[in-house]
Design a protein. Structure first.
Length: 121
């Protein structure tokens, strides 16, 4: 597989959720995907895992966890050391963005689905 290895944080097996749609679209666009969520399951052939394993080869974390629930993931995100974090609509968090900046991790407030659809992912 080519493409940017992407960790979807807040993965869900619910087809109504944007994280579910993002995993499917990332797989269609040939990006390797790691799905991390609270409940086990499978989306587009990708097993959802708990936030325990630190993956050291992640290009992008696509965030689908609201700001109120993000603090428990701060260390996990920073230890993963992605090249960038995408704050999807509704996940924007200045505290986390400051931590990313301090750790040399780029971020953008964008929508993964839109970036993929316009070829700008």
């Amino acid at each position: 597989m080519s493409g940017k290895k992407t960790l979807v944080l807040g993965a869900s097996t619910n087809p109504e959720r944007y994280s579910f749609k993002a995993i499917n679209r990332l797989v269609q666009h040939k990006h390797p995907v790691v799905a991390v969520g609270l409940r086990e399951g499978n989306v587009a052939g990708v097993e959802i895992e708990k936030p325990q394993t630190i993956h050291n080869d992640i290009d992008t974390i696509s965030l689908y966890v609201g700001p109120a629930h993000q603090p428990v993931y701060f260390d996990y995100i920073l230890q993963t050391k992605p090249k960038r974090v995408i704050f999807n609509p509704g996940t924007e968090n200045i505290e986390l963005q400051q931590m990313l900046t301090q750790n040399g991790i780029q971020f953008e407030e964008a929508c993964t689905l839109v970036l993929l659809s316009i070829g700008d992912f």
